[in-house]
Design a protein around this ligand. Structure first.
Ligand SMILES: [Zn+2]
Length: 393
């Protein structure tokens, strides 16, 4: 089985190269808006959409940037139009794609050719850019995306097609209770601790946000403070993701079957646990675990979450516990950490227990990458820091 995985590396363009990359953003933005306008006019006249080929011809006339990068803009527009048509066919509401300001165009993509990765990153028509390549890119590289984050840092993201390992059919099985006291408690009574270093970078972020809130709107100091928030935010995101990647990798490589609760994390995050839930990023963890397990030939199984903490893993008796009760004591003599008991129940349910278990399939495709940073194509600006310095996760 083949799957698409991505690798993200920091790149260090020179001042001059940076100007050239910015010029690409500018040209891509203009091209997108130009093609979109043409598409709208064409649709008004003919009630049809221009074909990909027609759009390709227009890109040639409009811009001098590397042709494949320009064609990728036409591809993106075609894809957006197809999405719109599909939504409408299903009876949903969908408007035309939107015109983009320059702030929304902070990346561009080479679909196949035009780049080469040796010691440095060679971009056609731009030149050799210094790259910090901390691991090998596996498989056949399909695309390269160059992007700039709000902090000003530049990245190169390689997406390539890799072969998955065939499924193994033996090995240890484990249940995990994802929690707050520990990030996870395993059914063999070991724990995945919450990383302390995350607290540190989070505190720095809070400080930066506080500073920002005190700066006058439109001032130079505010601009500087905003960029400090953006950098701190990226650090938190990277550290958190790094932790999730490592923890999920370890589990996927160690166990043949990994059972977890089928929790509605989004529902939970609205309640009083919000901060912790977001911090620990259970949903993201599940997604990562899913594709890493797939790579390692193991399986993630979700089980019904009802009463996993209340039920005794030894005798099955259900007894209510408050969240504050951290120890499970049962009349049958069982006595263990509350989360250990839950993890045992979770494993039981996944391996022929009484409750239904289902294999885990993420609802939205999980973006991949064996590296500590996630790649988002939807968020082209990479802008996750709001004007007031608050964060959107
Ligand atoms: Zn019991």
């Amino acid at each position: 089985m083949m799957a698409i995985r991505s690798w993200k590396f920091r790149i260090y363009p020179t001042k001059e190269q940076e100007k050239e990359l910015q010029y690409y953003f500018y040209e891509c933005k203009n091209l997108w808006n130009y093609l979109l306008e043409h598409t709208k006019e064409y649709y008004e006249k003919t009630k049809r959409f221009p074909t990909r080929k027609q759009l390709y011809l227009l890109t040639k006339k409009k811009t001098k940037i590397f042709s494949q990068v320009a064609q990728n803009i036409a591809d993106k527009l075609t894809k957006a139009l197809k999405g719109m048509i599909a939504t409408k066919k299903k009876g949903g509401k969908a408007g035309f794609p939107r015109f983009k300001p320059i702030e929304r165009m902070k990346s561009f993509t080479y679909p196949q050719f035009g780049f080469k990765l040796n010691g440095q990153l060679l971009l056609s028509k731009i030149g050799e850019i210094q790259i910090k390549k901390h691991r090998e890119v596996k498989g056949k590289t399909k695309t390269l995306t160059i992007k700039q984050m709000p902090s000003g840092k530049w990245y190169a993201v390689f997406a390539s097609e890799v072969e998955m390992m065939p499924t193994r059919n033996k090995g240890p099985k484990v249940g995990i209770d994802l929690g707050i006291e520990h990030f996870g408690h395993l059914s063999n009574d070991s724990v995945i601790a919450n990383p302390r270093h995350l607290k540190k970078s989070e505190n720095k972020l809070k400080q930066a946000q506080k500073l920002l809130s005190k700066k006058k709107k439109g001032s130079k100091n505010r601009k500087r403070a905003k960029s400090r928030v953006a950098r701190a935010y990226e650090k938190v995101t990277n550290d958190r993701r790094d932790f999730l990647h490592k923890a999920s990798r370890k589990l996927a490589n160690s166990y043949f079957l990994i059972a977890m609760e089928d929790l509605n994390v989004h529902g939970l995050s609205k309640g009083f646990l919000a901060k912790h839930v977001l911090d620990c990023s259970w949903a993201e963890f599940k997604g990562m675990l899913h594709y890493k397990a797939e790579e390692a030939g193991s399986e993630v199984v979700l089980v019904d979450a009802a009463y996993t903490s209340q039920e005794c893993s030894s005798c099955g008796l259900i007894r209510k516990k408050t969240l504050a009760e951290r120890w499970h004591n049962c009349s049958c003599g069982a006595s263990m950490h509350r989360d250990f008991n839950a993890a045992k129940n979770i494993l039981k349910r996944a391996t022929g227990g009484r409750r239904e278990a289902r294999p885990f399939r993420p609802e939205t495709p999980v973006e991949s990458g064996p590296l500590p940073e996630r790649v988002s194509s939807a968020d082209e600006s990479g802008n996750s820091v709001c004007e007031d310095g608050s964060l959107t996760l």
